[in-house]
Design a protein around this ligand. Structure first.
Ligand SMILES: [Zn+2]
Length: 189
């Protein structure tokens, strides 16, 4: 089941590795002015992590051009953070990945699984974001044609996870977080 992933340390470490690779690529490319990009990470205090990963997740990679007069900031996309949300992307996907309404029992289950319990209103807000806000974005218009199977936005995020046919829940979640990277910078809606 998807919610088991909330405790799967290996998944969170894997996402950390993916973000490091993305960040290394951005830094290697340098600024568009030709300047070198120096590390200028943002501190983060994300919720929804398994125990013992706070330090590794306390930083959102970002860079700043070293050239006087440019100083352009370059923030790589991320599979860990979904915009400015406090909860990590995995939590926003997994907690909302159910077909029926957000029941009290399910929220209790999620609260047990997460080190930082999430409340029902938060999960409800995530479900609304998936089903109402996200389908209205340009991101969704671009992504829907690339999916292998048609996805009903009213059943998201479960319906989009199921479009990763033949993949394990973990692979589907990693795949979805990969698709979401364009909206991982700034506002996530
Ligand atoms: Zn520059």
């Amino acid at each position: 089941m998807y919610h088991d992933l909330l405790r799967r340390r290996e998944l969170f470490e894997r996402l950390l590795g993916i973000d490091s690779l993305i960040a290394a690529g951005v830094q290697a490319e340098g600024c568009r002015c030709g300047g070198r990009l120096d590390r200028a990470s943002y501190p983060r205090k994300p919720r929804g992590l398994p125990k013992g990963l706070d330090r590794e997740y306390a930083r959102r990679e970002s860079f700043c051009c070293c050239e006087e007069g440019c100083r352009r900031r370059a923030t790589p996309v991320s599979v860990r953070f979904l915009g400015r949300r406090v909860y990590v992307g995995v939590a926003v996907v997994v907690a909302a990945a159910e077909e029926m309404g957000v029941s009290q029992g399910r929220v209790r289950l999620l609260a047990d699984l997460m080190e930082w319990p999430v409340d029902r209103r938060t999960v409800q807000r995530w479900v609304s974001w998936w089903r109402e806000a996200l389908p209205r974005t340009r991101w969704w218009q671009g992504i829907r044609g690339r999916l292998r199977a048609p996805v009903d936005p009213r059943g998201m995020p479960l319906s989009i996870l199921q479009a990763f046919e033949g993949k394990s829940p973990e692979e589907a979640v990693v795949g979805l977080l990969g698709l979401l990277t364009p909206i991982s910078i700034g506002h996530a809606g």
